[in-house]
Design a protein around this ligand. Sequence first.
Ligand code: NAD
Length: 330
Amino acid sequence: MPIVTPLTKLLGIRVPVVQGGMQWVGVPQLAAAVSNAGGLGILTALTQPSPEALRTAIRDTRKLTSEPFGVNITLLPSITPPDYAGYARAAVEEGVRIFETAGNNPGPIIKYLKGNKCIILHKCTTIRHAKSAEKHGVDVLSVDGFECAGHPGEDDIGGLVLLARAVKELSVPFIASGGIADARGIAAALALGAAGVNMGTRFMATVESPIHQNIKDKIVASTERDTTHIFRTLHNTARVFKNKVAMEVVAIERRPGGAKFEDIRDLVSGARGRMVYENGDADYGIWSAGIAVGLINDIPTCEQLLNTLESETEEIIGGLQGLVVSKSKL
Ligand code: NAD
Protein backbone atom coordinates (compact mmCIF):
# COMPACT_ATOMS: atom_id res chain seq x y z
CA MET A 1 0.00 0.00 0.00
CA PRO A 2 1.56 3.32 -0.98
CA ILE A 3 2.05 6.14 1.50
CA VAL A 4 -0.23 8.96 0.32
CA THR A 5 0.43 12.50 1.53
CA PRO A 6 -0.34 16.03 0.29
CA LEU A 7 3.15 15.94 -1.30
CA THR A 8 2.63 12.75 -3.30
CA LYS A 9 -0.77 14.04 -4.48
CA LEU A 10 0.49 17.50 -5.42
CA LEU A 11 3.53 16.26 -7.34
CA GLY A 12 2.11 13.01 -8.72
CA ILE A 13 4.89 10.88 -7.19
CA ARG A 14 4.68 7.47 -5.47
CA VAL A 15 7.18 7.85 -2.63
CA PRO A 16 7.17 11.03 -0.48
CA VAL A 17 10.88 11.65 -1.01
CA VAL A 18 12.45 14.65 -2.75
CA GLN A 19 16.09 14.57 -3.82
CA GLY A 20 17.16 18.03 -2.75
CA GLY A 21 19.33 20.31 -4.88
CA MET A 22 23.04 19.60 -4.55
CA GLN A 23 25.74 21.59 -6.24
CA TRP A 24 27.65 19.39 -8.78
CA VAL A 25 25.51 16.36 -7.89
CA GLY A 26 22.00 17.21 -9.13
CA VAL A 27 22.58 16.28 -12.80
CA PRO A 28 20.22 14.58 -15.29
CA GLN A 29 21.36 11.02 -14.59
CA LEU A 30 20.64 11.31 -10.84
CA ALA A 31 17.44 13.37 -11.09
CA ALA A 32 15.99 10.97 -13.67
CA ALA A 33 16.94 7.92 -11.59
CA VAL A 34 15.18 9.33 -8.52
CA SER A 35 12.07 10.21 -10.52
CA ASN A 36 12.03 6.82 -12.24
CA ALA A 37 12.24 5.21 -8.78
CA GLY A 38 9.10 7.04 -7.60
CA GLY A 39 10.55 10.10 -5.82
CA LEU A 40 11.07 13.62 -7.11
CA GLY A 41 14.43 14.11 -8.78
CA ILE A 42 15.85 17.64 -8.85
CA LEU A 43 18.32 19.22 -11.27
CA THR A 44 20.53 21.86 -9.66
CA ALA A 45 20.40 24.91 -11.92
CA LEU A 46 23.73 26.43 -10.84
CA THR A 47 25.60 23.19 -11.54
CA GLN A 48 25.08 24.09 -15.19
CA PRO A 49 27.46 26.81 -16.40
CA SER A 50 24.69 28.89 -18.05
CA PRO A 51 20.92 29.05 -18.52
CA GLU A 52 21.45 27.60 -22.01
CA ALA A 53 23.29 24.62 -20.51
CA LEU A 54 20.39 24.16 -18.09
CA ARG A 55 18.04 23.88 -21.09
CA THR A 56 20.18 21.04 -22.43
CA ALA A 57 20.24 19.34 -19.00
CA ILE A 58 16.43 19.53 -18.83
CA ARG A 59 16.12 17.98 -22.29
CA ASP A 60 18.64 15.27 -21.32
CA THR A 61 16.60 14.49 -18.19
CA ARG A 62 13.43 14.16 -20.27
CA LYS A 63 15.20 11.60 -22.46
CA LEU A 64 15.84 9.53 -19.30
CA THR A 65 12.45 9.83 -17.56
CA SER A 66 8.83 10.58 -18.31
CA GLU A 67 8.13 11.11 -14.59
CA PRO A 68 7.94 14.55 -12.94
CA PHE A 69 11.19 16.22 -11.89
CA GLY A 70 12.11 19.68 -10.66
CA VAL A 71 14.82 22.33 -10.84
CA ASN A 72 16.62 23.82 -7.82
CA ILE A 73 17.53 27.50 -7.73
CA THR A 74 19.56 28.49 -4.66
CA LEU A 75 20.26 32.17 -3.95
CA LEU A 76 23.35 32.54 -1.75
CA PRO A 77 26.51 34.64 -1.72
CA SER A 78 28.59 33.55 -4.73
CA ILE A 79 32.05 34.35 -6.04
CA THR A 80 30.50 35.07 -9.45
CA PRO A 81 26.85 36.10 -8.96
CA PRO A 82 24.74 33.87 -11.22
CA ASP A 83 21.97 35.02 -13.57
CA TYR A 84 19.21 33.57 -11.36
CA ALA A 85 16.41 35.10 -13.44
CA GLY A 86 17.96 33.69 -16.61
CA TYR A 87 18.11 30.16 -15.12
CA ALA A 88 14.48 30.44 -13.95
CA ARG A 89 13.32 31.68 -17.36
CA ALA A 90 15.19 28.93 -19.21
CA ALA A 91 13.62 26.22 -17.03
CA VAL A 92 10.12 27.66 -17.35
CA GLU A 93 10.51 27.99 -21.12
CA GLU A 94 11.61 24.34 -21.24
CA GLY A 95 8.32 23.39 -19.57
CA VAL A 96 9.55 22.69 -16.01
CA ARG A 97 6.72 23.32 -13.55
CA ILE A 98 8.25 22.13 -10.26
CA PHE A 99 10.95 24.20 -8.55
CA GLU A 100 12.93 23.95 -5.34
CA THR A 101 14.03 27.41 -4.23
CA ALA A 102 16.35 28.22 -1.34
CA GLY A 103 18.46 31.00 0.08
CA ASN A 104 18.24 34.74 0.51
CA ASN A 105 15.58 37.10 -0.83
CA PRO A 106 13.71 34.57 -2.96
CA GLY A 107 10.69 36.91 -3.39
CA PRO A 108 11.27 38.01 -7.02
CA ILE A 109 12.05 34.46 -8.24
CA ILE A 110 9.01 33.07 -6.41
CA LYS A 111 6.83 35.78 -7.95
CA TYR A 112 8.09 34.96 -11.44
CA LEU A 113 7.59 31.20 -10.97
CA LYS A 114 4.12 31.59 -9.44
CA GLY A 115 3.21 33.86 -12.36
CA ASN A 116 4.02 30.90 -14.60
CA LYS A 117 1.84 28.47 -12.61
CA CYS A 118 4.77 26.56 -11.14
CA ILE A 119 4.72 24.47 -7.99
CA ILE A 120 7.34 25.79 -5.56
CA LEU A 121 8.99 23.89 -2.75
CA HIS A 122 10.88 26.49 -0.76
CA LYS A 123 13.62 25.41 1.61
CA CYS A 124 14.14 27.39 4.80
CA THR A 125 15.81 26.96 8.15
CA THR A 126 13.57 29.10 10.39
CA ILE A 127 9.86 29.40 11.05
CA ARG A 128 9.93 33.14 10.37
CA HIS A 129 11.43 32.60 6.92
CA ALA A 130 8.92 29.82 6.27
CA LYS A 131 6.03 32.14 7.15
CA SER A 132 7.39 34.85 4.91
CA ALA A 133 7.72 32.35 2.01
CA GLU A 134 4.15 31.26 2.67
CA LYS A 135 3.05 34.86 2.15
CA HIS A 136 4.91 34.88 -1.17
CA GLY A 137 2.68 31.97 -2.21
CA VAL A 138 4.97 28.90 -2.12
CA ASP A 139 3.14 25.59 -2.28
CA VAL A 140 5.33 23.46 0.00
CA LEU A 141 7.95 24.36 2.56
CA SER A 142 11.07 22.28 2.96
CA VAL A 143 11.91 22.77 6.62
CA ASP A 144 15.63 22.32 6.98
CA GLY A 145 17.02 21.36 10.38
CA PHE A 146 20.49 22.07 11.73
CA GLU A 147 21.52 18.51 10.79
CA CYS A 148 21.54 19.44 7.10
CA ALA A 149 24.36 19.60 4.59
CA GLY A 150 25.21 22.98 3.16
CA HIS A 151 23.65 26.10 4.60
CA PRO A 152 21.69 25.60 7.87
CA GLY A 153 21.19 29.32 8.59
CA GLU A 154 22.36 30.85 11.83
CA ASP A 155 19.70 29.81 14.38
CA ASP A 156 20.96 26.24 14.97
CA ILE A 157 17.58 24.60 15.58
CA GLY A 158 17.49 20.82 15.09
CA GLY A 159 14.81 19.12 13.04
CA LEU A 160 12.87 17.68 15.97
CA VAL A 161 11.95 21.09 17.37
CA LEU A 162 11.79 22.88 14.02
CA LEU A 163 9.26 20.41 12.59
CA ALA A 164 7.15 20.39 15.74
CA ARG A 165 7.04 24.19 15.46
CA ALA A 166 6.30 24.02 11.72
CA VAL A 167 3.20 21.88 12.17
CA LYS A 168 1.75 24.47 14.54
CA GLU A 169 2.72 27.56 12.57
CA LEU A 170 2.42 26.74 8.87
CA SER A 171 -0.69 26.37 6.81
CA VAL A 172 0.83 24.90 3.62
CA PRO A 173 2.22 21.34 3.56
CA PHE A 174 5.86 20.98 4.55
CA ILE A 175 8.53 18.35 4.15
CA ALA A 176 11.37 17.57 6.53
CA SER A 177 14.91 18.20 5.46
CA GLY A 178 18.24 17.63 7.21
CA GLY A 179 19.45 14.45 8.89
CA ILE A 180 17.17 12.05 7.03
CA ALA A 181 18.68 9.04 5.29
CA ASP A 182 16.61 6.05 6.40
CA ALA A 183 13.06 4.85 6.94
CA ARG A 184 13.10 5.70 10.64
CA GLY A 185 13.79 9.32 9.70
CA ILE A 186 10.94 9.31 7.18
CA ALA A 187 8.47 7.76 9.65
CA ALA A 188 9.56 10.27 12.32
CA ALA A 189 9.08 13.16 9.87
CA LEU A 190 5.58 11.95 8.99
CA ALA A 191 4.81 11.64 12.72
CA LEU A 192 5.94 15.23 13.18
CA GLY A 193 3.38 16.36 10.62
CA ALA A 194 5.57 16.48 7.50
CA ALA A 195 4.12 15.45 4.14
CA GLY A 196 7.40 13.84 3.12
CA VAL A 197 11.14 14.34 3.26
CA ASN A 198 13.98 15.92 1.41
CA MET A 199 17.21 13.92 1.25
CA GLY A 200 20.50 15.13 -0.20
CA THR A 201 23.53 13.40 1.27
CA ARG A 202 21.81 9.98 1.07
CA PHE A 203 21.54 10.34 -2.71
CA MET A 204 25.24 11.19 -3.04
CA ALA A 205 25.96 7.55 -2.15
CA THR A 206 23.87 5.91 -4.86
CA VAL A 207 24.95 4.11 -8.03
CA GLU A 208 23.55 6.91 -10.24
CA SER A 209 25.16 9.75 -8.26
CA PRO A 210 27.76 11.36 -10.56
CA ILE A 211 30.50 11.71 -7.93
CA HIS A 212 33.74 9.70 -7.78
CA GLN A 213 33.50 6.23 -6.22
CA ASN A 214 36.13 7.20 -3.58
CA ILE A 215 33.79 9.88 -2.23
CA LYS A 216 30.83 7.50 -2.12
CA ASP A 217 33.04 5.05 -0.20
CA LYS A 218 34.17 7.88 2.09
CA ILE A 219 30.54 8.67 2.92
CA VAL A 220 29.86 5.03 3.76
CA ALA A 221 32.96 4.91 5.98
CA SER A 222 32.09 8.16 7.80
CA THR A 223 30.27 8.72 11.06
CA GLU A 224 27.98 11.51 12.23
CA ARG A 225 31.08 13.21 13.70
CA ASP A 226 32.70 13.74 10.30
CA THR A 227 31.20 17.11 9.31
CA THR A 228 32.02 20.63 10.43
CA HIS A 229 30.77 24.16 9.92
CA ILE A 230 32.64 26.76 7.89
CA PHE A 231 31.68 30.41 7.25
CA ARG A 232 30.24 30.71 10.79
CA THR A 233 32.02 34.01 11.27
CA LEU A 234 30.77 35.31 7.90
CA HIS A 235 27.10 34.55 8.71
CA ASN A 236 26.90 32.20 5.76
CA THR A 237 27.37 28.98 7.74
CA ALA A 238 27.81 25.80 5.71
CA ARG A 239 28.04 22.22 6.97
CA VAL A 240 30.70 20.43 4.98
CA PHE A 241 32.76 17.25 5.20
CA LYS A 242 35.42 17.63 7.90
CA ASN A 243 38.54 17.34 5.74
CA LYS A 244 41.93 19.10 5.68
CA VAL A 245 40.69 22.12 3.72
CA ALA A 246 37.64 22.60 5.98
CA MET A 247 39.85 22.50 9.09
CA GLU A 248 42.21 25.03 7.48
CA VAL A 249 39.25 27.36 6.81
CA VAL A 250 38.00 27.00 10.40
CA ALA A 251 41.51 27.77 11.72
CA ILE A 252 41.72 30.93 9.57
CA GLU A 253 38.25 32.02 10.75
CA ARG A 254 39.40 31.58 14.37
CA ARG A 255 42.51 33.77 13.97
CA PRO A 256 42.53 36.85 16.19
CA GLY A 257 40.70 39.54 14.23
CA GLY A 258 38.77 36.92 12.29
CA ALA A 259 38.79 36.40 8.56
CA LYS A 260 37.44 38.17 5.54
CA PHE A 261 35.98 36.10 2.70
CA GLU A 262 39.01 37.05 0.58
CA ASP A 263 41.27 35.22 3.10
CA ILE A 264 39.58 31.91 2.38
CA ARG A 265 38.15 32.34 -1.10
CA ASP A 266 40.72 30.16 -2.88
CA LEU A 267 40.26 27.35 -0.35
CA VAL A 268 36.44 27.31 -0.48
CA SER A 269 35.69 27.98 -4.14
CA GLY A 270 33.05 25.74 -5.66
CA ALA A 271 35.31 25.15 -8.67
CA ARG A 272 37.88 23.53 -6.34
CA GLY A 273 35.20 21.58 -4.44
CA ARG A 274 33.94 20.19 -7.72
CA MET A 275 37.33 18.56 -8.32
CA VAL A 276 36.80 16.40 -5.21
CA TYR A 277 33.94 14.70 -7.03
CA GLU A 278 35.96 14.39 -10.24
CA ASN A 279 39.34 13.19 -8.93
CA GLY A 280 38.11 11.34 -5.84
CA ASP A 281 40.50 13.08 -3.42
CA ALA A 282 38.30 13.82 -0.37
CA ASP A 283 40.85 16.40 0.91
CA TYR A 284 41.15 18.40 -2.31
CA GLY A 285 38.49 21.04 -1.58
CA ILE A 286 35.28 21.79 0.28
CA TRP A 287 32.33 19.45 -0.25
CA SER A 288 28.94 19.52 1.43
CA ALA A 289 27.78 16.68 3.66
CA GLY A 290 25.13 16.40 6.36
CA ILE A 291 25.42 14.47 9.60
CA ALA A 292 23.27 11.85 7.87
CA VAL A 293 26.64 10.47 6.64
CA GLY A 294 26.53 8.56 9.92
CA LEU A 295 23.40 6.72 8.74
CA ILE A 296 24.65 5.70 5.30
CA ASN A 297 26.14 2.21 5.03
CA ASP A 298 25.64 1.20 1.42
CA ILE A 299 25.59 2.42 -2.19
CA PRO A 300 22.30 1.20 -3.69
CA THR A 301 20.66 2.19 -6.96
CA CYS A 302 17.99 4.86 -6.51
CA GLU A 303 15.36 2.24 -7.25
CA GLN A 304 16.70 -0.12 -4.54
CA LEU A 305 16.96 2.79 -2.12
CA LEU A 306 13.44 4.12 -2.63
CA ASN A 307 11.88 0.64 -2.63
CA THR A 308 13.61 -0.15 0.67
CA LEU A 309 12.69 3.21 2.19
CA GLU A 310 9.07 2.78 1.12
CA SER A 311 8.62 -0.74 2.48
CA GLU A 312 10.56 -0.09 5.72
CA THR A 313 8.61 3.12 6.40
CA GLU A 314 5.34 1.22 5.98
CA GLU A 315 6.64 -1.46 8.33
CA ILE A 316 7.64 1.09 10.97
CA ILE A 317 4.31 2.89 10.78
CA GLY A 318 2.51 -0.49 11.08
CA GLY A 319 4.68 -1.41 14.06
CA LEU A 320 3.83 1.86 15.79
CA GLN A 321 0.13 1.15 15.37
CA GLY A 322 0.76 -2.08 17.28
CA LEU A 323 1.78 0.00 20.31
CA VAL A 324 -1.77 1.23 20.70
CA VAL A 325 -3.64 -1.45 22.63
CA SER A 326 -7.24 -1.20 23.80
CA LYS A 327 -7.62 -1.19 27.58
CA SER A 328 -9.75 -4.35 27.46
CA LYS A 329 -6.72 -6.29 26.08
CA LEU A 330 -4.35 -5.22 28.87
P1 NAD B 1 31.15 29.72 -5.03
O1 NAD B 1 32.39 29.16 -5.62
O2 NAD B 1 30.59 30.97 -5.60
O3 NAD B 1 31.35 29.96 -3.45
C1 NAD B 1 31.84 28.90 -2.63
C2 NAD B 1 31.19 29.03 -1.27
O4 NAD B 1 31.53 30.30 -0.70
C3 NAD B 1 29.67 28.96 -1.29
O5 NAD B 1 29.21 28.21 -0.19
C4 NAD B 1 29.25 30.41 -1.16
O6 NAD B 1 27.96 30.57 -0.52
C5 NAD B 1 30.36 30.99 -0.31
N1 NAD B 1 30.57 32.40 -0.58
C6 NAD B 1 30.78 32.96 -1.80
N2 NAD B 1 30.96 34.30 -1.66
C7 NAD B 1 30.85 34.57 -0.34
C8 NAD B 1 30.94 35.75 0.44
N3 NAD B 1 31.19 36.93 -0.13
N4 NAD B 1 30.75 35.66 1.79
C9 NAD B 1 30.51 34.47 2.37
N5 NAD B 1 30.43 33.30 1.69
C10 NAD B 1 30.60 33.36 0.36
O7 NAD B 1 30.01 28.61 -5.01
P2 NAD B 1 29.62 27.45 -6.02
O8 NAD B 1 30.04 26.17 -5.43
O9 NAD B 1 30.04 27.81 -7.41
O10 NAD B 1 28.04 27.51 -5.94
C11 NAD B 1 27.31 28.56 -6.52
C12 NAD B 1 26.21 28.94 -5.56
O11 NAD B 1 25.36 27.80 -5.30
C13 NAD B 1 26.73 29.38 -4.22
O12 NAD B 1 25.96 30.48 -3.82
C14 NAD B 1 26.46 28.21 -3.32
O13 NAD B 1 26.30 28.57 -1.95
C15 NAD B 1 25.19 27.66 -3.89
N6 NAD B 1 24.95 26.27 -3.49
C16 NAD B 1 23.90 25.65 -3.99
C17 NAD B 1 23.60 24.37 -3.59
C18 NAD B 1 22.40 23.72 -4.12
O14 NAD B 1 22.05 22.66 -3.67
N7 NAD B 1 21.74 24.30 -5.06
C19 NAD B 1 24.39 23.68 -2.74
C20 NAD B 1 25.51 24.33 -2.26
C21 NAD B 1 25.77 25.61 -2.64
